[in-house]
Design a protein around this ligand. Structure first.
Ligand code: ATR
Length: 279
């Protein structure tokens, strides 16, 4: 193999990235492989040294390492600086370059459905790492951001951060409210629904013009998306974000255009397989 890529995380066994990238390499005849490695937080620095020593060209980084790995980088791209997190590393002439494709991957995944960002209102449910990356990327596109979180202090901190980066943002209570009437984009970024549990409130009353996204991806709708669909909204799960963060990582490493449709199919195939075989 000419080039080696990987994803590191804890846990990592359910990552769909190896299948997605490998399908892409195969479709374009690229001599590369993509592996997954289980790296515990206490071994992150050694793992990074190991990947460098073994001649890896780059790797993806997933939870819980996205922030901790920053101190192990030689430089950061503007996207990684903005997110305060790294999900993609490239080794270039021995230098470790930390990048982040999550936020722009999300933006790309909704671009066609939202039809323009500037001045539109995005409401984000949750104020964790995922929300932060998405909120900063949407604010950079000129959207007005409204953050609702169970713990209001965290939402306020995120609002301050968005403002520091030149964006417009407010925060509110994690509950239905006036915001439902004039929201253009609603994004569910909390972990509620990961295990199939119901969402704590309904979005009844939401404008049916809104695009509603749940970043959880699994076959079938979460309760949250099911509810939004019932209100007449267009809905989307997190598969597009996963796809485009991967496509942008690919392009950062290899240049050219990632074979997005082949990668999308590989993601769908893996999810279907899991549904049937509970792998
Ligand atoms: P991630 O990096 O995946 O975003 P995280 O940083 O742990 O994960 O953030 C999880 C988010 O889900 C937080 O916004 C959290 O709200 P709190 O800040 O109040 O903890 C939210 N969350 C998790 N469980 C929740 C629940 N049962 N109800 C509402 N929000 C919840």
């Amino acid at each position: 193999m000419e080039k080696h890529y990987a994803v590191i995380g804890d846990p990592i066994e359910h990552s769909l990235s190896p299948g997605m990238h490998t399908a892409g390499y195969e479709s374009l005849g690229i001599d590369a492989e993509y592996q997954r490695f289980h790296v515990k937080p206490s071994h992150l620095a050694e793992a990074v040294e190991g990947l460098c020593a073994l001649g890896f060209s780059g790797w993806n980084v997933t939870l819980p390492h996205k922030e901790k790995i920053i101190s192990l980088m030689d430089s950061l791209t503007p996207e990684a600086l903005r997110a305060g997190a790294v999900n993609t590393v490239k080794l270039y002439e021995g230098q470790r370059i930390g990048h982040n494709t999550d936020g722009d991957g999300f933006v790309r995944s909704i671009e066609e459905s939202l039809n323009g960002f500037k001045g539109k209102k995005a409401v984000l449910l949750g104020a964790g790492g995922a929300s932060k990356g998405i909120a900063l990327a949407l604010a950079a596109q000129g959207m007005q951001i409204h953050i609702l979180n169970r713990t209001p202090e965290k939402a306020k901190l995120l609002v301050e951060l968005i403002k520091q980066w030149g964006g417009t943002a407010t925060s509110g209570v994690f509950a239905p409210g006036d915001w439902l009437e004039d929201v253009d984009l609603l994004v569910q970024t909390t972990s509620v629904g990961l295990l199939g549990e119901p969402f704590p409130f309904t979005v009844q009353g939401i404008s049916d013009q809104a695009l509603v996204v749940d970043i959880i991806f699994k076959p079938g709708d979460t309760f949250f998306l099911h509810d939004a669909k019932k209100q007449g909204c267009r809905t989307m799960n997190g598969l597009g974000m996963l796809l485009y963060q991967g496509a942008y990582a690919w392009e950062f490493w290899l240049g050219g255009q990632a074979p997005v449709e082949r990668m999308r199919q590989a993601l769908k195939d893996q999810l279907l397989q899991r549904m049937f075989y509970k792998a």
